[in-house]
Design a protein around this ligand. Structure first.
Ligand code: ADP
Length: 251
């Protein structure tokens, strides 16, 4: 579903991803762990096309995301092409990023109506179902400022799901929340993992959540994967010294 092929990303002289290769199968739930600055968020932002690669190719379901196929050649992708592929990917951010001038139902239906071209009544019906899933049916007409952080984040999850994505990217979605609001958000995501086959890439410090939902963990250090495996093995019997040190600090 996702393939990073020799991907290099740098900011100025700082190489953040250093010839990175990895693949994620359809339906995989992969948690990315590793120290701050190791490149985890950059991977999600590249997939969301919020950043551009310096070198290498990213593939989504057999189609290049960063490039277009012209005959047998790959050429840098046009904006229009990227927008089409990116529709299949949803992202939930640490800071929720809801549209502040729109109420809850408008936040959720904006992209389905204007990007997918769904009929408004159909989009609203689907949004209502999603609001029920995230436990916010009574907040349809609320504005983001009237909601707690946890509620805003659950709206953001519903908004991402409304696009019916093949891939869901979760970037530290509970890091900005007061501790008592974290559990509800994680419960919603556990439910999404249980009831859909969406491929998920998760950056989180919530290690119990990572163990519950992911089938694979990749440990990053300085833009490279230093160890990967199933959560039970990585969390209980890590082999790499850096993984051991990292897990000692966070568990
Ligand atoms: P992580 O998610 O593992 O904490 P990031 O992917 O956020 O790591 O960042 C990796 C490195 O890239 C960090 O050193 C960070 O400072 C740098 N970085 C990220 N975004 C930018 C940017 N827009 N400009 C310059 N440096 C950046």
């Amino acid at each position: 579903m996702i393939r990073f092929d020799d991907v290099v990303k740098q900011f100025g002289d700082h190489v953040v991803l250093d010839h990175l290769d990895f693949q994620v199968a359809r339906g995989d739930r992969v948690t990315l762990i590793g120290p701050s600055g190791s490149g985890k968020t950059t991977i999600l932002r590249l997939l969301m096309t919020l950043e551009k690669v310096n070198d290498g190719v990213i593939w989504v379901d057999g189609t290049p995301l960063t490039h277009e196929e012209k005959g047998s050649k790959l050429v840098p992708a046009s904006e229009k092409y990227v927008r089409r592929i990116r529709r299949r990917i949803g992202m939930v951010f640490q800071q929720f990023n809801l549209f502040p001038n729109m109420n809850v139902i408008e936040n959720i239906t904006e992209a389905p109506i204007h990007v997918l071209g769904l009929d408004k009544a159909v989009a609203v019906q689907r949004a209502r179902e999603l609001l029920e899933t995230v436990g916010l049916s009574d907040k349809e007409t609320a504005h983001p400022t009237q909601l707690s952080g946890g509620q805003q984040q659950r709206v953001a999850i519903a908004r991402a799901l409304a696009m019916d994505p093949d891939i869901l990217l979760l970037d530290e979605v509970t890091s900005a929340l007061d501790p008592e609001l974290v559990a509800d958000v994680l419960d919603v995501l556990r439910n999404v993992a249980r009831t859909t086959d969406i491929t998920m890439l998760i950056v989180t410090h919530e290690m119990q959540f990572a163990r519950d939902v992911s089938n694979r963990v990749m440990m990053f250090d300085a833009g490279r994967i230093v160890e990967e495996g199933d959560p039970a093995t990585i969390f209980t019997a890590p082999k790499n010294e850096r993984t051991k040190t990292f897990l000692k600090a966070v568990l």
